[in-house]
Design a binder for this molecule. Structure first.
Ligand code: PMP
Ligand code: GLN
Length: 426
């Protein structure tokens, strides 16, 4: 073997994910950071207190290894809660597996299910790690875009206006299709797929005997009374779906890196093989505390003092606040139905950052870099959520994260207002 050659598995996957570059830029320039998706507000007190108790309490075994596929209290409560949500009895030991964040759950799925030559359908714009993960497993990603429909009456666009073309979607399925990745609520658009849209996807999965890897990390962050429909609950889908969740998004603790998969044992057995031969298990204490958080939420499900009820309410206000700031300066936000994120059209700002014809870098990427350096405001270009050949298809949009403290959103508003003033007073 040639030790100076790039490992074959890494070919075509080595391009840095946008995060590496944009996280560094945000850290270098003194910025208001609405880039990477994490809350800068504290997690709920009940969870912080539970962590303190877990670390300093009598149960010193919480500092030691636990069961590989999930700390028993956590898989038990996840099985109870998701069993209720999916309307079926779940076995905590075989229908649930805990992972190091949703990220590792995704990695396990692609490694476990994708063979050399298999195709995996990915809906654009998509959370960027799907593409390299499919390729690393030897698979071929097949992309299908959500296409925007102009809203009526000059209204602001909604993430619901970005839709799949049913015929185009059907044309992507073939005998080579192993799986489709679904991400609802979707990062970056905030689109919450409707029941009809999910049924369309489900019917194609059943027809072509394909799997569904359903990334539902934003499942509790849905606004305006919209319903989050779990595709695993649709007819014919339980048996072919792995649903993925994240404690990071659920309890505003992205640094804990606790995630999970829920699905039939027939699929989860392969995830367990991947997991036991890679990370083995994730931090015991974090799992214990997440279990306590879920226990609390299970008891309060749907009640006003539930975090799953309170958080989306607060987040919806933050969304509306950022929408107002952006509208006031002439950026056109696409109103998200869910998630931490909001995508805005920056076309009106093109005169501030002129286009460079024939540049390799998409316009929105240069715009976002310019904005960090010159305005001290960090966001992520939408092109980061498209595959290489499609990066210029929608390149005048940037994504803002609004999971932020009041003070951070106010600081962003100050920057935008000042910018507008500079534009209007030459
Ligand atoms: N999927 C999506 C759509 C995401 O936005 C993220 C980012 N957090 C993840 C998966 C990874 O989640 P985690 O932080 O739990 O690894
Ligand atoms: N999911 C978060 C986002 O979309 C964080 C991504 C990451 O750190 N890789 O911003």
């Amino acid at each position: 073997p040639n030790i100076r050659q790039k490992p074959l598995r890494l070919h075509g996957t080595e391009q840095h994910l946008a995060w590496v570059e944009f996280v560094k830029l945000a850290a270098t320039y003194s910025t208001v950071n609405l880039g990477q998706g994490f809350p800068d507000f504290p997690p709920p007190d009940f969870l912080k207190e539970a962590f303190t108790r877990a670390l300093s309490g009598e149960k010193h075994m919480l500092h030691q290894y636990t069961r590989a596929f999930g700390h028993p209290p956590l898989v038990k409560i996840l099985a109870q809660l998701f069993g209720k949500l999916l309307g079926r009895e779940l076995d905590p030991m075989t229908n649930v597996m805990v992972t190091v964040g949703a990220y590792q759950a995704l990695f396990c799925c692609f490694q476990a299910f994708v063979d050399e030559g298999d195709e995996v359908i990915i809906i654009e714009p998509f959370f960027d790690c799907y593409e390299p993960m499919v390729k690393m497993a030897g698979g071929t990603p097949v992309f299908i875009p959500l296409r925007p429909k102009a809203p009526k009456d000059g209204k602001l666009m909604s993430s619901a206006d970005w839709q799949l073309d049913p015929a185009e979607l059907a044309s992507k399925f073939s005998e080579r299709t192993k799986a489709i990745v679904l991400n609802s609520p979707n990062n970056p658009l905030g689109k919450v797929f409707s029941r009809e849209e999910l049924e369309l996807i489900a019917d194609l999965c059943v027809k072509h005997d394909a799997l569904c890897i359903s990334d539902e990390v934003y499942e509790w962050l849905v606004y305006d009374g919209k319903e989050h429909v779990r595709i695993a609950s649709l007819r014919g889908m339980w048996d072919r779906t792995v649903s993925i969740g994240s404690a990071g998004k659920t309890f505003s603790v992205t640094g804990w890196k606790v995630g999970w998969t829920v699905g039939p044992n027939r699929l989860l057995q392969h995830l367990r093989t991947m997991h036991q031969n890679s990370v083995y298990h994730c931090a015991t204490a974090a799992q214990e505390v997440v279990a306590q958080g879920f226990q609390r939420e299970f008891e309060r499900y749907g009640k006003p003092d539930s975090y799953f009820v309170q958080l989306p309410k607060e987040m919806q206000q933050k969304r509306d606040q950022l929408v107002q700031s952006l509208v006031a300066v002439g950026m056109k936000p696409i109103i998200p139905e869910g998630t931490y994120f909001l995508v805005a059209d920056i076309s009106e700002f093109k005169s501030d950052v002129p286009d460079v014809p024939n540049s390799d870098e998409p316009y929105d990427s240069r715009f976002a870099k310019w904005m960090v350096k010159n305005k001290g405001l960090a966001a992520i270009p939408l092109s980061a959520f498209y595959c290489g050949p499609h990066k210029n298809n929608y390149n005048s949009f940037i994504r803002f994260c609004f999971a932020k403290e009041e003070a951070t959103l106010k600081a962003a508003d100050d920057i935008l207002q000042k910018w507008k003033l500079e534009k209007t007073t030459p």
